[in-house]
Ligand binder design. Sequence first.
Ligand code: E4P
Ligand code: PEP
Length: 424
Amino acid sequence: MNTPWSPSSWRSKPVRYLPDDYPDLAALTRVEAELAKLPPLVTAAETRRLRDALGQVAQGKAFLLQGGDCAESFKEFAADNVRSTFQLLLQMAGVLTFAGGCPVVKVGRIAGQFAKPRSNATETVDGVTLPSYRGDIINGMDFNARERTPDPQRLLRAYHQSAETLQLVRALAREGYADLAQLLGHRPETEGAVRPVDFFTSHEALLLNVEQAMTRVDEATGDWYDTSAHMLWIGERTRQLEGGHVEFMRGIQNPIGLKCGPTMEADDLVRLIDTLNPQGIPGKLTLIGRFGSDQVAECLPRLMAATRRHGSPVVWSIDPMHGNTHKATNGYKTRSVARILAEVMAFLQIAAAEGVHPGGLHLEMTGQDVTECLGGPLDVSEDDLSSRYHTHCDPRLNATQALQLAFRVADGLHTVRAPQAHAA
Ligand SMILES: O=C[C@H](O)[C@H](O)COP(=O)(O)O
Ligand SMILES: C=C(OP(=O)(O)O)C(=O)O
């Protein structure tokens, strides 16, 4: 694609999943202009550091751990919640580093993960039909007409909450951690042993009007960076080659993710790679498979084979959440840890068979002790779901479930690497 790009060129393309029911469009335009004047949330230099770190993943020398809420919310925003998810990610990274034998790049679904592409535009309860809840950045979760009407002021509230979240995350990352013992809950023995950690932010780049407003020229390089997060990804529902989301993402220098679900064809994937990373920069593009444990064996090998033949240095990561959602018999939207584990293990085995580095894990998870996914070490049952089901959209792994997964992945990475180590 050699056509000129600008932060607003997506506006001339078909765009899916952007709300089109703001009652006052002039108010929306005013808020977009206000956002464009607010300070960047992240810097271009930090963003380049993440791209370089992901370049190491693309070369098989590191592993990507990306995780956090399905949807951040205004109501659940609290320092303790941010801290517990941050610490959980560090604990998991510790497990993966020690057992997997390579550095782990840590990226939160945090400080901007607010907008959700919903399967149905409307929801009907007791004969009343209203717009679906689409994330706190767009409308409210309560089932009444006022809450479900998109409100542009929510864009500003989400910006400010993201800024506060980032401030806390940056402080926590500076405090860093001393060693694995501290990660597992013990205090460091000496102050001097503390090491800062690199921690990055990410979210789905769904609301292109917001992403456009946050996109600025970096003085040092003259390049465009989306300063709303270090990494942005294109969702499964908005990855059309000719669509607005791909158009926007092809012009920014941030590392980007691309969700790849069961309907992704190898030819389309190659075209998307050529469009999104035409120069083949290592670390620029992360492919995030999300097929479901029952489809991964059928879908993933041909996509991995296509990227291997193509030769562009992509990171292959797996999101074992979004293809494994089902409704429990009591109506809760849930996921079973067994199926999540099965998809991740299949990913490791398929990557080994295709000669591709299994580069990362993308999870919806929280440090809070929720009961949203079934199974795990404490064997959450369908009857337990109602006790602590707090997610605003999709079910997340709780801390014990996420740590169990990290140990299993670390084991799996060790096993798939062992034959390569012997061969070397
Ligand atoms: O998180 C992703 C999507 O927004 C979500 O899976 C869609 O959920 P829904 O099918 O309940 O709309
Ligand atoms: C919507 C999401 O996933 P997907 O696009 O893969 O369905 C998500 O990760 O929040």
